[in-house]
Design a protein around this ligand. Structure first.
Ligand code: ASP
Length: 333
């Protein structure tokens, strides 16, 4: 169990300093039942409100998960059957997407969880989420998932949808991988185990994600391109449409492409897919060189673009993005 922060272990409003020794005993005192699910080793990686997680933290966390999955016991057997990552809910969908892309050769479950109310409180969702996440991490689920509110969602399809209720996450364009009801229902779309591969830590952070809205001044985006943006995620309307008449964003797409800066279009709608051939607004973006991201969430598109551009190194960024968004790395489309 890797700790990264979030409400789950908070007292008051902020992450409080955690000491590994007391952390483990606190957790198991609150929830001794966890012992009955698995032998759990806890490690504290960092302790942030997830609003403070940065892409370099994703990479560090990915390396820690990758390293744990490679660890062996004295007799040569693998040290861990699964990994639980405790994380704040606010940016969990970004981190889950990044982990799914950073850990392509996954053969065991990586279950992210957290809570809307701290474990130390009497009325909390932390206990059930922890129990469920630990249980899920013992199952045959070689995916990075979000285990929350009695289900596991594919991490790179999930989004935080509720800051009030306890059912914080949804993946509107992808059914749950597992539903934990009276029985345990496992979706038929759970990926098969993949062969483990080397860890690639490269990532490009200079990505700009912009939600298109009526009146968005293209000059603002042209300025950002001049300032050194390396990749753009445009959240278009409906099936990926952008304005093409007044305040047209087509010149922005063209200017970006001329600078070898890929523009990936996702939809503002939680459900549905980008289809850039459907309306003239989408066709104009496509004609300018934009790349449609299909059913991908904005969270997944940002993480995938950062990782694809990191791996492009000195090569063509456009080619790298076209390749990356033309294929599925972890079931994100
Ligand atoms: N702000 C908190 C975080 O994302 C919220 C949570 O954990 O639910 O770290």
């Amino acid at each position: 169990m890797l700790h990264t922060g979030g409400t789950l272990m908070m007292r008051g409003g902020d992450p409080t300093p955690l000491r590994p020794d007391v952390y483990t005993s606190d957790l198991l005192t609150e929830l001794p039942v966890l012992h009955r699910i698995a032998d759990i080793e806890t490690r504290i990686l960092f302790n942030y409100d997830s609003s403070d997680m940065q892409p370099h933290h994703w990479v560090e966390l990915g390396a820690a998960v990758h390293g744990a999955l490679d660890e062996r016991r004295g007799d040569g057997s693998r040290a861990f059957d699964g990994v639980v990552v405790l994380h704040g809910t606010d940016t969990m969908a970004y981190t889950a997407s990044a982990l799914a892309f950073l850990l392509p050769g996954l053969d065991r479950p990586v279950v992210m969880t957290g809570a809307q109310r701290p474990l130390a409180e009497v009325r909390t969702d932390a206990r059930s989420n922890l129990v469920d996440a630990c249980h899920l991490a013992t199952m045959d689920l070689p995916e990075v998932g979000i285990g929350f509110n009695a289900k596991m969602l594919r991490g790179c399809r999930a989004m935080k949808m509720d800051a009030w209720g306890l059912d914080a996450f949804g993946s509107p364009s992808c059914p749950p991988l597992v539903t934990l009801g009276v029985t345990v229902e496992r979706g038929s779309h759970v990926l098969a185990p993949r062969t483990r591969r080397d860890y690639d830590a490269r990532i490009e952070q200079r990505v700009l994600a912009v939600r298109v809205f009526p009146g968005l001044d293209p000059k603002l985006l042209l300025g950002a391109l001049r300032a050194g943006v390396r990749g753009v995620v445009l959240e278009g309307f409906g099936s990926g449409n952008i304005p093409r008449l007044e305040n047209s964003l087509v010149p922005v797409v063209q200017d970006a492409v001329a600078r070898d800066v890929p523009v990936v279009v996702v939809s503002q709608c939680a459900r549905g897919a980008v289809d850039l051939t459907r309306y003239e607004g989408g066709a104009a973006a496509l004609g300018g060189g934009a790349i449609g991201a299909g059913t991908m969430t904005a969270e997944a598109a940002v993480a995938k673009l950062m990782i694809a551009l990191g791996r492009a190194g000195e090569g063509s960024r456009l080619d790298a993005a076209k390749r990356a968004f033309g294929e599925s790395w972890a079931g994100e489309v």
